[in-house]
Design a protein around this ligand. Structure first.
Ligand SMILES: Cc1cc2nc3c(=O)[nH]c(=O)nc-3n(C[C@H](O)[C@H](O)[C@H](O)COP(=O)(O)O)c2cc1C
Length: 171
């Protein structure tokens, strides 16, 4: 069964979706013997505590698609508020340009991970994939994770934004 035709265009749909603020992640992966791929993704969310599952989606047109579909594991790093430059770097250019001069380390099960001090990172096994529309939905099973206390980078209405703390109300 098909839904009826929408009464909005994709530009308006995108702008409406942009009213929902998200964090920002960079997802990194590699195939054996190959250079890493990585991309900025805001579609990340939690799914399940037991087992520990997370979800995110990747455009079918992504240059990282083949690697992400085939890799056994990937790392999802949640960017901190001072890491906007990393978000911008991993959303454009070639894989080689994205990783140029970026120190990498290895997560416990061997996936490439940014050495930068991100707010959190999750090493996931590539548990399942679902084709939906123009994206592929990936569910990852978290094998390892770490976090610190830094504030997250926030993405909202097409820009990076940190909501200011509420003004202290006078009694
Ligand atoms: C803040 C932000 C969030 C993004 N989130 C996603 C996402 O969740 N999924 C996705 O496929 N692309 C997302 N993108 C786009 C990718 O980072 C990248 O620009 C796009 O995949 C084009 O590069 P590629 O074709 O080499 O992958 C996002 C970009 C930005 C700046």
């Amino acid at each position: 069964m098909h839904a009826s035709s929408p009464d909005f265009d994709s530009t308006f749909f995108r702008s409406a979706l942009g009213r929902f603020p998200t964090g920002v992640t960079v997802i990194t992966a590699s195939l054996p013997g190959q250079a890493p791929v990585g991309l900025t993704a805001s579609s990340f969310n939690s799914v399940s505590l037991d087992p520990p599952l997370v979800v995110w989606s990747l455009s079918r047109n992504s240059s990282s698609l083949a690697t992400i579909q085939q890799c056994k594991r990937y790392v999802i790093q949640v960017l901190a508020s001072d890491q906007m430059m990393i978000a911008q770097r991993f959303s454009k250019g070639t894989a080689a340009e994205r990783f140029s001069g970026v120190p990498l380390t290895t997560a416990p099960n061997g996936s490439p991970r940014l050495q930068a001090d991100c707010a959190a990172w999750f090493e996931c096994s590539n548990r399942s994939q679902y084709e939906e529309g123009d994206h592929i939905i990936f569910v990852g099973e978290v094998e390892h994770c770490a976090r610190n206390d830094s504030l997250p980078l926030i993405y909202h209405a097409g820009g990076y934004d940190l909501t200011p703390p509420p003004e202290t109300k006078k009694p």
